[in-house]
Design a protein around this ligand. Structure first.
Ligand SMILES: [Zn+2]
Length: 247
């Protein structure tokens, strides 16, 4: 049977610590809790790592977080040789925050890039050091310099990033919200989570279940590392932290 884990990161991406109670250990040793602040791998964003603190102060290291039979079942995979908690045990959940915060900054940068390049997205992967977004983009006029400049302008404008839920019907009435070519938007019992940049989506709105920073300035200094041609009509943009290297 599939469990329903309350996904605390959906309402508060900044919850680096939370409490959860063990509801199940699956046959592969994965830990299922009643609620969690650990993001599960989905939508191009890797799941969280970190540790669970037990009542006696000892720690259970968590090496990965994934979804189970359904998107709402979140499974925490302990590192090798870790002690197992008991069913019903209460744990304090510590996300590896420096890593997650970098992923939040990178993920938000991917949304900004999709505003600068308003073309269908054919693939994306958020990483701690580098992210990539693939666009169906025949146009060769985008350069790493001009895209980096536009990205940094949007970051310096410090626009708020918020979320809201819409119904299936609202999404169907606004097909332009969907930017991914092949991926269906994340659904949660008839609701779709929208990530909104700017007041009333003045900059952007798109369905996304990931974690983002709350204002664009938090993304910090980033640049486009490379734009690669992938086939006739596909271009892969790589986003990296830091300013543009001079060489
Ligand atoms: Zn997102």
């Amino acid at each position: 049977m599939a469990y329903e884990t309350k996904a605390l990161f959906r309402d508060d991406a900044y919850l680096s610590t939370a409490e959860g109670v063990v509801v199940a250990i699956n046959e592969r040793g994965g830990i299922v809790l009643d609620q969690t602040n650990f993001y599960a791998t989905s939508g191009g964003q890797p799941g969280d790592i970190g540790h669970f603190e037990r009542a006696d102060g000892s720690a259970i290291q968590i090496a990965a977080t994934v979804t189970g039979e359904t998107k709402n079942e979140i499974i925490h995979i302990p590192g090798e040789g870790q002690a197992m908690p008991e069913i019903g045990e209460k744990l304090v959940l510590h996300v590896d925050w420096p890593r997650r915060y970098r992923l939040m900054r990178m993920h938000t940068a991917c949304h900004l890039l999709s505003v600068i390049c308003p073309f269908p997205i054919t693939g994306a992967a958020v990483g701690e050091e580098e992210s990539r977004v693939d666009f169906d983009l025949p146009d060769a006029s985008f350069t790493r310099e001009n895209v980096t400049e536009r990205l940094m302008e949007m970051i310096r404008e410090n626009t708020p990033v918020t979320t809201r839920w819409i119904s299936d019907e609202e999404l169907a009435a606004n097909p332009g919200l969907i930017k991914s070519k092949n991926v269906r938007p994340p659904m949660d019992s008839g609701r779709i989570r929208l990530v909104v940049i700017g007041e009333d989506g003045a900059v952007d709105s798109q369905p996304c279940g990931g974690t983002h920073v709350s204002e664009t300035q938090e993304v910090g200094e980033i640049h486009i590392g490379k734009i690669e041609k992938k086939g006739r009509e596909n271009r892969r943009f790589r986003i990296r932290f830091g300013s543009v290297p001079l060489f």
